[in-house]
Design a binder for this molecule. Structure first.
Ligand SMILES: Cc1ncc(COP(=O)(O)O)c(C=O)c1O
Length: 477
C-alpha cells in the first residue's frame, strides 16, 4: 500500500492502495470523516489537485467524490466545491459499543407518527363524551359497539371512503387486527379452511388467520396489485386484500382486477376482507372508492384508528355482509362481554365535531411532505435508487441500486441506530403455499427494495432517519 499526502490546504493522511485506487480513496475519506479528522463543513481539495498529490488519475478522484456525495458523506455545491456533509449522528452512533447502541431511529412500515396526536382535543372529547353519556352507556353494550359510534363511523365511511355503510352492519373491535380475528373465526365456524393473502403483507395478520384456523395461501403481487385472476385456481374460501394501497409495495389494485375480484366473490360466495388501513392518506390522486361498495354482501370493509389517530386508541371497525354479523358477534361474545364504550363515544364526538377530519388533514400534509423529502433526497444523493408505489399512506418502496442487498442495508442501518426492513422480510413464507396437485400461484420476482416507513419517526428524527438510510445504502454498495 502506498501512502500519499493531500497537501492542498488539508493536512490529512490518506492511505491509498494502488490496486484499488478509487475504492481505497473512498474508504480513507469515510474513515477520516467517521473518526472526526474531517469535520462537517471541511472543504476538500479540487479533484485535480488531490489527484496530483496522491499520484492517481483525476477521474479516480472525481468518481470517489461523486460516490461519497451520493452516499451522503460529502456535499457538492456549484461554485463552492466539495465539502464534508453534516452527519452529526454518526460519530455518536458509531462510538457506542454494538450491544449498547440503541435503535433510536425507525423507518419500518406500518407505524404512524404519534408525536402529532391531538392530546388536548382527544382529552376534551373523552371528558365531554363521559359527561354526556347516560348511565346505560356505561353498562354492558350492544356487542357491535356503542350505537352513537357506529352511527358516526357509518356516516364518516360513506362520506370519506365511499363505503356502503349502515350503523347496523358495523362492528367495532380492538383495531384492524381485532376485526380480522373475529371475521376469521366466524369464517372458520362456517366451514372455511383456506384464505388467499397477498404475497407481501403484515406477518401478524397471517398469524391471526392461521391461529383462527385458516390456511393463508399467497397470491403474487405485481404492478397492478394482487394477481386476483389466480383466485379461481387456489381453492380458497376468501381473500384478505389491501386494494387501495397494497401493503407494503404501495400499488393500487387496478380497475380490471377490482372488477375481477368482485366477479369472483359473487360467483363463488367467497368473502373478501378489504383492509383499508391507510385510506385517509392519499396525497395526489383522487381517492378510489372502497371495493366493498361494489359487493357489500361479499366484502368486509375494515378500517382502523391506529394510523389516523394512534394505536393506543385501540379501535378498528368492520362493515360486514349481513350473513356474517351473527357468527362475528358470537365470536365477539366469546371474547368477553365488556366493551370499550368510553373510547368509542369519544371517537363518535371527535368525528361529529370535525376533530377527526382535522387530524387526518394535518397528518396527511405531514406524511406527504415526508414522502417528498425522501424522494428529493434520493434524487439528489442516490439517483440510481427509486421510490415506487403511489404517493399515499405511511410507506413507500425504495428500489435499491443494482447489486445492493436488502439484508446488508438493514444490517448497515442497524449499525447506525436505524431500523428498516427489506421487502423480502414482508413476504409470506412457503408454509401457506398451495398444496401439491393444485396450480400454484407463481411468484413475481421483485427487485431488491427497502420498505421506507416514513410515518414511523417523530418529526424531530425524521430527516436524521432518512440520512441514516442513505448512508446505510451507500455503505452496503
Ligand atoms: C396492512 C395493515 N393493516 C392494518 C394495520 C392496522 O392494524 P391495527 O388496527 O390492528 O393497529 C396495519 C398496521 O400496521 C397494517 O400495516
Amino acid at each position: 500500500m502506498t501512502d500519499g499526502w493531500a497537501n492542498s490546504g488539508l493536512d490529512l493522511h490518506l492511505a491509498i492502495d494502488p490496486r484499488r485506487k478509487t475504492a481505497s480513496l473512498e474508504d480513507a475519506v469515510r474513515a477520516a470523516i467517521r473518526d472526526g479528522r474531517l469535520p462537517a463543513g471541511t472543504r476538500l481539495p479540487a479533484s485535480r489537485s488531490l489527484a496530483r498529490d496522491l499520484g492517481i488519475a483525476r477521474n479516480s478522484v472525481a468518481e470517489a467524490y461523486s460516490r461519497l456525495v451520493a452516499e451522503g458523506w460529502l456535499e457538492a455545491r456549484v461554485g463552492s466545491g466539495t465539502s464534508v456533509a453534516d452527519r452529526s449522528f454518526l460519530p455518536v452512533a458509531e462510538a457506542a459499543p454494538q450491544a449498547e447502541r440503541a435503535l433510536r431511529l425507525d423507518l419500518r412500515g406500518g407505524i404512524p407518527d404519534v408525536s402529532g396526536f391531538p392530546r388536548t382535543a382527544w382529552a376534551a372529547a373523552v371528558r365531554t363524551a363521559l359527561a354526556q353519556a347516560p348511565g346505560a352507556a356505561l353498562g354492558y353494550q350492544d356487542l357491535r359497539g356503542a350505537q352513537r359510534a357506529r352511527e358516526a363511523l357509518a356516516g364518516y365511511l360513506a362520506r370519506a371512503m365511499g363505503v356502503w355503510a349502515s350503523p347496523d352492519d358495523l362492528v367495532i373491535a380492538p383495531g384492524f387486527g381485532g376485526v380480522l380475528r373475529l371475521v376469521a373465526l366466524a369464517l372458520v365456524a362456517r366451514g372455511a379452511r383456506r384464505i388467499a393473502i397477498e404475497e407481501y403483507g403484515h406477518a401478524l395478520h397471517r398469524e391471526i388467520l392461521s391461529d383462527a384456523g385458516l390456511q393463508p395461501v399467497p397470491l403474487p403481487v405485481d404492478g397492478e396489485g394482487a394477481v386476483v385472476d389466480l383466485l379461481d385456481d387456489l381453492d380458497v374460501d376468501g381473500a384478505l386484500l389491501t386494494p387501495a394501497h397494497q401493503f407494503p409495495t404501495g400499488v393500487a389494485l387496478s380497475a380490471a382486477r377490482r372488477t375481477a375480484v368482485v366477479r369472483w366473490c359473487e360467483r363463488t360466495g367467497a368473502i373478501v376482507i378489504e383492509d383499508d388501513y391507510d385510506g385517509e392518506f392519499r396525497f395526489d390522486r383522487r381517492a378510489i372508492g372502497a371495493l366493498q361498495a361494489l359487493a357489500p354482501q361479499q366484502v368486509v370493509y375494515a378500517g382502523t384508528a391506529s394510523k389516523a389517530l394512534a394505536p393506543a386508541i385501540g379501535l378498528g371497525w368492520g362493515v360486514l355482509p349481513r350473513e356474517l354479523m351473527v357468527p362475528v358477534l358470537e365470536q365477539r361474545r366469546l371474547a368477553g362481554a365488556a366493551t370499550g364504550a368510553i373510547a368509542e363515544l369519544a371517537l363518535a364526538l371527535f368525528i361529529e365535531t370535525g376533530g377527526y377530519d382535522r387530524t387526518v388533514r394535518s397528518s396527511r400534509l405531514r406524511y406527504r411532505a415526508r414522502r417528498e423529502h425522501v424522494d428529493g433526497v434520493l434524487r439528489q444523493r442516490m439517483p440510481d435508487a427509486r421510490l415506487t408505489g403511489m404517493a399515499a399512506g405511511l410507506q413507500s418502496l425504495l428500489e435499491l441500486p443494482d447489486g445492493v442487498d436488502e439484508v446488508e442495508v438493514s444490517a448497515r442501518a442497524a449499525a447506525l441506530g436505524l431500523r428498516i426492513e427489506g421487502l423480502r422480510s414482508y413476504r409470506a413464507d412457503a408454509v401457506g403455499a398451495p398444496s401439491a396437485g393444485r396450480r400454484s400461484a407463481t411468484f413475481v420476482s421483485h427487485r431488491p427494495a427497502m420498505v421506507v416507513g416514513f410515518g414511523a419517526p417523530p418529526e424531530s428524527r425524521f430527516e436524521e432517519s432518512v440520512a441514516a438510510m442513505i448512508a446505510a445504502i451507500g455503505a452496503a454498495r
